[in-house]
Design a protein around this ligand. Sequence first.
Ligand code: FES
Ligand code: FES
Length: 156
Amino acid sequence: MTEVTLTVNGKAVKRDVPDTMLLVEFLREELRLTGTHVGCDTSQCGACVVHLDGKAVKSCTTLAAQASGGTVITIEGLANGALHPMQKAFNDNHGLQCGFCTPGMIMSGVDMVARYKAAGKELTEHAIREELEGNICRCTGYHNIVKSIQQAAGEM
Ligand code: FES
Ligand code: FES
């Protein structure tokens, strides 16, 4: 067992968990934050993306113990009173169908907009499509997902 200490969505949490527990299991099973999804067992789909210390990570390939001491933001922590501009953009552009991939798409979208802004680079439609290579939408709703991220990039 390992003691894992994290700040998750602004709250300090501490749990003793098996050494092999994944961060996504920690979030879903220990904290009941079930907005972070598991859509594959091959680290391909991106449904599990959260932010760890300000960077998008796949929580299905990160051990809870590896993340210990860090700060995690999940989809549940993104809205701050009102919807985050990325959430609003997905709503405005119908950027979801079944919604299974949506938490990961939104967390990846926020991360990519922040990275491009920090680098002073334009987040073009082509760049968004390339950046989304680690996120799969099995409903194939990519067109509206890209439109959503483009809208949010102008508002964030
Ligand atoms: S569940 Fe993490 S990439 Fe699919
Ligand atoms: S909206 Fe269904 S998987 Fe993307």
